[in-house]
Design a protein around this ligand. Structure first.
Ligand SMILES: *Cc1c(COP(=O)(O)O)cnc(C)c1O
Length: 222
């Protein structure tokens, strides 16, 4: 399948999900996750109309960034080692994987201007997953309030790998409730308006539960 064909299908699904819950599809940013594919395939996504690309590794990110340039928004979605921050921080538009103070500190030090960050939350508390536990999130956001180069724009999660719709909705709902709590504090460093959740298998549900940024790899460019 071409990316264009895949995108047409996904756009239709997004439209349906938005209709189901009374949202506007303009609220949804589709991030094409190109981590499995070549530069050419990533370019094909951009030519099909994608404006946001996501990568989870430093080297692959830089390789694609050099080739494709910054007419698109670049999202860093993978766990980031502190020593690699300096190589990517002034190229990325958003970081989806802020999950510890040492990383926040390094971003704050290396960034030339404030960076839009999602705090990654391990809602389902699976051991294999990165991210803060739900009850750690508010303290963490408080901890970074004096870092002038960190802007907390939202929360991110990876849902468990399951077809259990109610389980998935439960995870997305919990993240949304936490987002609402933080957003409603109106903290200058943490507007926390966004929800980065939903991947190839679960993005329609994520949208119905409030996702603003969906990260789609295999079913879009795979
Ligand atoms: C790989 C990846 C995705 C995309 O996964 P698909 O199931 O291929 O859509 C989304 N988010 C993160 C953090 C990923 O690592």
């Amino acid at each position: 399948m071409t990316v264009k064909e895949n995108l047409a299908k996904i756009t239709e699904t997004i439209g349906q999900a938005c209709e189901n819950c009374g949202r506007s599809k303009n609220e949804i940013t589709v991030i094409a996750v190109t981590k499995y594919v070549s530069i050419d395939r990533a370019r094909e996504a951009v030519e099909a109309g994608i404006k946001d690309l996501g990568e989870n590794r430093k080297d692959e990110f830089l390789e694609k960034y050099e080739a494709i340039g910054d007419d698109v928004n670049w999202h860093f979605i993978g766990s980031l080692q502190s020593r690699k921050v300096k190589d990517v921080i002034n190229q990325v538009t958003m970081i989806h994987s802020l999950d510890r103070k040492s990383l926040a500190k390094e971003i704050n030090k290396r960034a030339n201007e404030p960076v839009q960050c999602f705090v990654q939350v391990n809602v389902s508390e699976e051991e294999s997953k990165h991210g803060l536990h739900m009850e750690e999130v508010e303290d963490f956001i408080d901890l970074v309030k004096n870092y002038e180069n960190i802007k907390i724009v939202g929360l991110m999660t990876m849902a468990p790998h399951t077809d259990d719709e109610e389980k998935l909705r439960g995870v997305f709902r919990q993240l949304r409730a936490q987002r609402d709590r933080i957003r409603d504090k109106h903290m200058p460093h943490a507007p926390c308006e966004y929800l980065s959740m939903g991947m190839s298998n679960d993005y329609a549900l994520a949208i119905e539960e409030g996702a603003t940024h969906i990260r789609i790899g295999s079913s879009l460019v795979g």
